[in-house]
Design a protein around this ligand. Structure first.
Ligand code: SF4
Ligand code: SF4
Ligand code: FES
Length: 238
């Protein structure tokens, strides 16, 4: 039977890679490999997953240098010969082994005013947006983000400038800017206009190339840049 040589990050920020031998199987995913190590070799290995079918985004890790959903990544697609290097997502603090702390990532969604704020109460009718309307179509793509952190981990600007809101939070802000029911856009555009906001993006496209849902945070950020400019010209960024 063929064997995979797998290097896995162990410990916290100052940890190191440890090597394991894992049987290579047909249709094996990277998550299968990590689970094999944890179940059969070392039960102390910490990692995270939930759905195993590409719905929750919690299994994201760095595999041979690239952020990916491990449950949707076949070993055959990414192995370097018989070698796999598996590490936690970059640009996030490591809790232990393959688990990162997502607090900062979601705090940035808050800073980008990524929460919907409407003006209806529970006694009002549902605020429906017709599915075929241009307004609804404008949010179609961005709303599919599941907050996995792959784009954030792939963004060089986040590495240089840890304050930068990053592609996922800005994509969320853009989704809400286009939501005709939302009432918080003036404050939202002001929140994404600063040095750590949309203008810090260098349009590298790493986020768009890496997003497992084929979303385009780069396009969302470009949209924000234009809307922020218009708001600035109107004197609405106070
Ligand atoms: S396009 Fe912008 S947000 Fe996306 S990876 Fe590049 S710098 Fe980061
Ligand atoms: S934009 Fe894509 S890669 Fe980024 S958090 Fe959302 S789903 Fe994940
Ligand atoms: S375990 Fe849910 S996306 Fe991989």
């Amino acid at each position: 039977m063929s064997v995979l040589e797998v290097s896995v990050w162990r410990g916290g920020e100052s940890g190191c890679f440890q090597c394991y031998e894992v049987p290579r199987l047909e249709s094996q995913t990277v998550l299968d490999v990590v689970s094999h190590i944890q179940r059969r070799i070392d039960p102390t290995l910490a990692y995270r997953y939930a759905c195993r079918v590409g719905m929750c985004g919690s299994c994201a890790m760095t595999v041979n240098g690239r952020a990916r959903w491990t449950c949707r990544t076949h070993v055959a697609k990414v192995a370097n010969g018989n070698r796999l290097d598996i590490a936690p997502l970059a640009n996030l603090p490591v809790v232990r082994d393959l688990v990162t702390d997502m607090t900062e990532f979601f705090d940035k969604w808050q800073r980008a005013r990524g929460c919907f704020r409407g003006d209806k109460t529970r006694r009002d009718e549902f605020a429906r947006v017709p599915p075929e309307s241009p307004q609804r179509k404008a949010v179609d793509e961005g709303i599919e983000c599941i907050g996995c952190g792959v784009c954030y981990s792939a963004c060089d600007v986040v590495s240089w400038n840890p304050d930068y809101l990053g592609p996922a939070a800005l994509n969320r802000a853009w989704t809400l800017v286009n939501d005709v029911r939302d009432t918080d856009n003036r404050a939202r555009l002001a929140a994404v206009a600063g040095d750590a906001g949309c203008h810090a993006c260098h349009t590298h496209m790493n986020c768009t190339e890496r997003c497992p849902k084929q979303l385009t945070p780069t396009g969302a950020i470009s949209g924000l840049k234009k809307r922020v400019l218009v708001a600035a010209l109107r004197g609405e960024l106070d």
